[in-house]
Design a protein around this ligand. Structure first.
Ligand SMILES: Nc1ncnc2c1ncn2[C@@H]1O[C@H](COP(=O)(O)OP(=O)(O)OP(=O)(O)O)[C@@H](O)[C@H]1O
Ligand SMILES: [Mg+2]
Length: 249
């Protein structure tokens, strides 16, 4: 379970400070898929980076299975499987070596790494385990990075736009895979800017825009809240993009 309380994060830039995350709070339960939904620049990646201890918040706190991300960073990392937005696979290594490297960092023995790699490759449809990742397509890199994120069998899984660049069949496969993680009682959080995708998969949707949480609920709750039936309209209403629409017109 991941609890996020009142997170703030600003960046200094040459043209002034960017207040990327402005008081984000939500809870992601075990055995549920929580979607972080928002347009480009909403603060999704920045929020997730703080959740997986890459970046310290300016204020606010996050706990993972009751452990504080700042005080217990090492224990937290052990409980997290992370697909970062920059997939970052090492191009000189094969997919298998990339996965195994992370397994070793997590202290797994070689037999466990081998068994888990075979399982993950099967579920994710990785038939290129022994190719060097240099030259991999976007989807191949993403699949490798997802397998690597899950090698240590983490209780909590954080995926930043996992379906970016994936084709229809791979997206379907990934959807099934996330449902499988949920059925195992894991806590799954993923980000997306596509309402339909989030609605198809998530038990709870956290809508963010401009660094703030605009709404939290099931797809039906969000429909009722906005009085819109069509999911795209729900998204546009909740993120305030309808106002931009109006200005442009
Ligand atoms: N390291 C940084 N330095 C300066 N500004 C940053 C930095 N990281 C993020 N930002 C800014 O913070 C805001 C939120 O960015 P973030 O990457 O979190 O958005 P996002 O919701 O993940 O968007 P996308 O859907 O495009 O991935 C943006 O205005 C971005 O330019
Ligand atoms: Mg992002």
């Amino acid at each position: 379970m991941i609890e996020v309380k009142n997170l703030h994060k600003s960046f200094k830039t040459k043209t002034g400070a960017v207040h990327a995350v402005r008081g984000v709070s939500f809870e992601a339960q075990d055995g549920e898929i929580t979607g972080l939904l928002g347009p480009n620049g909403a603060g999704k990646t920045t929020t997730l980076r703080m959740l997986y201890t890459l970046m310290a918040p300016d204020s606010g706190n996050v706990s993972v299975d009751g452990l504080d991300i700042l005080k217990d960073a090492t224990a937290v990392r052990r409980r997290l499987g992370v697909l970062p937005d920059a997939r970052g696979v090492y191009k000189r290594l094969t997919a298998r070596e990339n996965i195994a490297y992370f397994g070793r960092l997590h202290g797994l023995d070689e037999a466990t790494i081998a068994t888990r790699t075979t399982q993950l490759a099967q579920t994710l449809g990785i038939d290129f385990l022994d190719r060097r990742t240099e030259g991999f397509s976007q989807g191949q890199r993403t699949k490798t990075a997802i397998a690597r994120a899950l090698i240590h069998d983490p209780k909590n899984v954080i995926l930043d736009e996992p379906t970016n660049g994936l084709d229809v069949m791979t997206t379907r496969g990934l959807r099934g895979f996330l449902q499988h993680l949920r059925a195992e009682g894991r806590c799954v959080i993923f980000s997306s800017h596509i309402m339909q995708e989030v609605a198809a998969l998530c038990d709870r949707i956290v809508v963010v825009a401009g660094g703030e949480v605009k709404a939290i609920g099931t797809p039906d709750e969000l429909r009722r809240q906005t009085g819109e039936e069509d999911l795209e309209n729900v998204f546009v209403r909740l993120t305030g993009l309808d106002r931009l629409d109006g200005e442009a017109a």
